[in-house]
Design a binder for this molecule. Structure first.
Ligand SMILES: Cc1cc2nc3c(=O)[nH]c(=O)nc-3n(C[C@H](O)[C@H](O)[C@H](O)COP(=O)(O)OP(=O)(O)OC[C@H]3O[C@@H](n4cnc5c(N)ncnc54)[C@H](O)[C@@H]3O)c2cc1C
Length: 410
């Protein structure tokens, strides 16, 4: 395993760091107060960030996961809301299209997602269905005049208030697909779930008002309502009935990027806390000289370094696996899904602990909006919930580990 960054990766890191300091950091507070604007996403498109994991054929950079997580950590260091809204568009919406879309779908949707002209979202969660993805109630059925009709609703969807397009997970109401016998459905999915590309400006689509949230206040989250919405025949992603597996694959990449988000947040905690500890004085000396404050800095640093190592190795494994579900590494079978879960579980817990330590080091100032650590503290809780809760990550890890042991014993 070689985690040495290439000169190009180091150069890219430097230039993207400079871009974020120039374009994102000065806007982070405005985004927090006023919400995400399209121009910020277009600037990220111009910088190449939105296209990192997309093929040059559709305007992307064709970058590795390793390069991508480095950039994701830099962006989340500066602004969590921008990280989440851009990730929901180029990642959650864009990557399943890149991986499973027809040539026609890739040409139609990816170039404008990569430039930030179009904003996408991934709509899985419903009011009665979050962790239990397979229980979604939104349905689609054939429209006698061609295409399909979609009915149902989605909730807690990042970008819903501003997105142009959504990938919507829905259940086909035709029994042949529900039992996994749909034409072309070689996976035989028991759930019959399908991802549909939906134009959110279609007749019958309604959006709820942006939801008021604990954190990530600049990244709009909301509901989507589908009232007998006409969907063209070519809106199905891949094949009918493959939506559950496609969604699980999308979650793997989301969990890797959540690890990158956590590392960026921990880096920000460390820098903000060091700066504060060097200038704030109590009992005649700077607070960094008090052992308990110095130890809190050490606790942040340890969590950051452990998470960064697991992040870089995980991104490297994603690159080696090249979209396969598992690979052999150092004599062990690595399940990519389980590895992504391990990373997310550890980094999200550590990052939450680091934001708590950072606020503590700041004392009363850390409770004030004017200090960045206050925003980091409110934002970070999403990492233990979004993209699958920590409890769901533990299930995935335990299930994979159980299977691995059995295979070894056999
Ligand atoms: C800011 C934000 C942005 C989001 N963006 C999106 C988005 O873009 N697209 C999207 O589709 N969704 C999105 N979500 C939804 C998110 O993915 C879900 O909130 C998450 O998956 C958890 O689902 P839930 O809220 O229904 O919780 P529930 O599933 O109701 O879980 C509640 C609690 O029960 C536990 N639990 C549930 N089942 C089990 C079990 N089998 N074993 C052990 N414990 C269990 C959970 O771990 C949790 O502690 C977003 C959420 C937030 C807060």
């Amino acid at each position: 395993m070689d985690l040495e960054l290439s000169p190009e990766q180091i150069e890219f890191q430097k230039s993207f760091q400079a871009f974020c300091e120039r374009e994102i950091a000065p806007r982070a507070e405005t985004i927090e107060q006023e919400g995400m604007d399209r121009n910020t996403l277009k600037r990220l498109g111009d910088s190449g960030y939105l296209g990192l994991l997309h093929s040059p054929e559709y305007g992307g950079q064709g970058a590795s996961y390793l390069t991508t997580v480095l950039a994701q950590s830099i962006l989340s260091y500066h602004c969590g809301s921008t990280f989440f809204s851009s990730g929901a568009s180029a990642g959650l919406f864009g990557l399943p299209i890149a991986h499973y879309g027809s040539e026609e779908q890739k040409r139609e949707y990816l170039p404008s997602i990569v430039t930030g002209q179009t904003i996408g979202c991934l709509a899985i969660t419903e009011s009665g269905s979050g962790s239990d993805v397979a229980s979604v109630k939104t349905t689609f059925r054939p429209d006698p005049s061609g295409g399909y009709r979609l009915g149902g609703s989605k909730s807690y969807i990042t970008n819903a208030p501003m997105a142009d397009l959504a990938l919507v997970l829905a259940r086909y109401s035709d029994k042949t697909i529900e039992s996994g016998k749909a034409a072309g459905d070689k996976t035989g999915s028991p759930t019959g779930l399908t991802l549909l590309i939906v134009d959110l400006n279609s007749t019958g689509v309604q959006r709820g008002a942006p939801l008021k949230k604990m954190g990530l206040r600049g990244s709009p989250t909301g509901e989507l309502f589908f009232d007998d919405v006409h969907i063209p025949a070519n809106a199905i992603l891949g094949r009918p009935g493959a939506g559950f597996k496609q969604t699980m694959k999308a979650f793997d990449a989301e969990r890797l990027s959540m690890g990158a988000y956590c590392v960026g947040v921990m880096e920000a905690c460390l820098e903000e806390s060091k700066t504060f500890a060097r200038s704030r004085k109590s009992f005649g000396r700077v607070i960094g000289k008090h052992q308990s404050v110095a130890f809190m800095l050490a606790d942040i640093k340890m969590r950051l370094e452990a998470s960064r190592l697991l992040l870089l190795e995980s991104a490297w494994l994603f690159d080696q696996a090249d979209r396969a579900s598992r690979l052999q590494h150092n004599g062990s079978l690595i399940e990519i899904s389980a590895r992504a879960s391990e990373l997310k579980l550890m980094a999200s817990q550590y990052a939450r602990e680091c934001t708590n330590l950072a606020v503590q080091i700041h004392g009363g100032a850390g409770y004030m909006d004017e200090y960045k650590v206050s925003r980091l503290y409110r934002d970070i809780k999403i990492a233990e919930i979004g993209g699958g809760t920590s409890e769901i990550q533990k299930q995935i890890i335990a299930r994979a580990e159980g299977k691995r042991k059995k295979a070894g014993a056999a």
